[in-house]
Design a protein. Structure first.
Length: 446
């Protein structure tokens, strides 16, 4: 009997392919049965180790099973701490809110109230959009090209990618898509267009309740907006009494080098959405920060059974105390960011025929292959063979996405980058072979 419950040592993914819906995604790039995660190492059922440059799409900024959170979590379960709490007051939730005020809000001079939503990013975005529409009594929202805000209807309407949008099955309305910073090339300030639309009574733009954006776009291809552009957007929205919503679900929680990605621009958004790494340990949690004067919610108006994941609160508080009590963590991120950026530029230089470019900020970087959008997928496959898990992103998969855990060691960072370099070399070699084949018109032995 107990034998059936022993961990399977079967590395086959057959049952996933047979019984799990075709909707499955990441498993297709990484067809491996993973078993354990330690820091930046993933271990499969057969004991093989992989270096993780993916970090749960940004949900594992502090790595897998960070020892600083394990003990508080185990202690909490051991003493029968409340696990499921709806939005009841619990000691774990109280301790999280206190830590958030002390380590995040106060030192940054931020004055926000906290709304706990259902525990996914998309739910926080839904709440933010609902609130902005209620407060302003306007329905339209401005979002940007290549933006990603989640896949539930309201958030999906603000998401650019056709793959996600076309799955909705009905028209996604009440959002106007405008060009993000850089969309029309480096010489065009896309906010000139937005401002002109706002000032022109005949522009056709319904005055929006809010503008929603990522300060550094993640899924859309690692596109950082310039700090000046963000500042100007804050200025425009303020003058036109439009609420500014910063979606910090992926770029937040230290990813950009600061706790919030908007911090570097010195702006203060009206509403902020947080999820992914806020819970620190990878358990679901989401949070909306709102300026107190916007808090016109009636009690329970945006509800949810899982607003009180207390294991998330326990780990989230431990993370704030461990990493955000002083600026040491930010300094470490800056040092690793410099290594990552330098090494990526060097890799791009060393493979001139691929015409790769480098984009990013903090520990959120992309190696961009506009010329051949299929290249990152090929590099990814070669990297996996060499023990590196790394994702691609962008509307056509044209970006190799470096989303390392913020706690990664310098050695592991350099090791992963050298695997990437080797993998690009392997792709180049195989392409060379391919073109030789084509020229010869005969089969060359593989
Ligand atoms: C991942 C993500 C979301 C959606 O979060 P889910 O938990 O997947 O619903 C929203 N916005 C951004 C910027 C994200 O990266």
């Amino acid at each position: 009997m107990s034998k059936n419950f022993a961990p399977s040592n079967d590395a086959s993914i057959e049952i996933f392919e047979r019984l799990e819906s075709e909707v499955r995604g990441y498993i297709r790039s990484f067809p491996i049965v993973f078993d354990r995660g330690i820091g930046t190492t993933l271990i499969d059922v057969e004991g093989r180790e992989y270096l993780d440059f993916f970090a749960g799409a940004g949900a594992l900024n502090y790595g897998h099973n960070n020892p600083a959170f394990k003990k508080p979590l185990l202690d909490y379960i051991q003493r029968d701490g409340i696990i499921h709490g709806l939005d009841l007051a619990t000691s774990a939730k109280k301790a999280f809110i206190e830590a958030f005020e002390r380590y995040i809000l106060k030192p940054r001079g931020l004055n926000y109230k906290l709304q706990f939503t259902g525990p996914t990013g998309t739910n926080a975005v839904e709440a933010a959009l609902k609130l902005a529409r209620q407060v302003t009594k306007r329905s339209n929202v401005v979002a940007f090209t290549n933006g990603f805000h989640g896949v539930s209807a309201g958030a999906l309407a603000a998401t650019g990618n056709k793959k996600y949008r076309s799955a909705a099955g009905f028209g996604l309305a009440h959002v106007t898509a405008l060009p993000y910073d850089g969309y029309l090339g480096p010489s065009v300030d896309t906010l000139d267009y937005f401002e002109k639309l706002l000032n022109d009574p005949s522009s056709g733009l319904d005055k929006p309740a809010a503008v929603i954006l990522e300060a550094i776009q993640g899924e859309g291809g690692i596109r950082p907006a310039s700090l000046e552009w963000l500042q100007r957007l804050r200025d425009i929205t303020k003058r036109h009494e439009i609420l500014l919503i910063l979606d910090e679900i992926q770029a937040g929680i230290g990813r950009s080098g600061k706790f919030f990605a908007f911090e570097a621009a010195g702006i203060v958004p009206d509403i902020v959405t947080l999820s992914k790494s806020i819970s620190a340990v990878g358990t679901p949690m989401a949070l909306v920060l709102l300026k107190p004067e916007l808090d016109i919610w009636s009690p329970g108006a945006h509800s949810g059974t899982y607003r009180g994941n207390n294991l998330a609160f326990v780990a989230a508080r431990a993370a704030l105390e461990t990493y955000w009590a002083d600026s040491k963590f930010e300094d470490e991120i800056a040092a690793k960011s410099a290594i990552l950026a330098d090494e990526l530029k060097s890799i791009a230089n060393d493979f001139p025929n691929f015409e790769l470019t480098v984009r990013g900020r903090g520990l959120m970087y992309g190696l961009v292959s506009e010329k051949d959008p299929s290249l990152p997928g090929k590099i990814q496959a070669e990297a996996l063979r060499r023990g590196l898990v790394i994702e691609t992103c962008g509307g056509r998969g044209e970006v190799l996405k470096f989303l390392v855990a913020l706690i990664i060691t310098e050695d592991d960072l350099r090791r992963g980058l050298s695997i990437v370099r080797e993998s690009i070399g392997a792709v180049q070699a195989s392409l060379g072979k391919g073109s030789a084949k084509a020229t010869l018109g005969t089969e060359v032995d593989a």
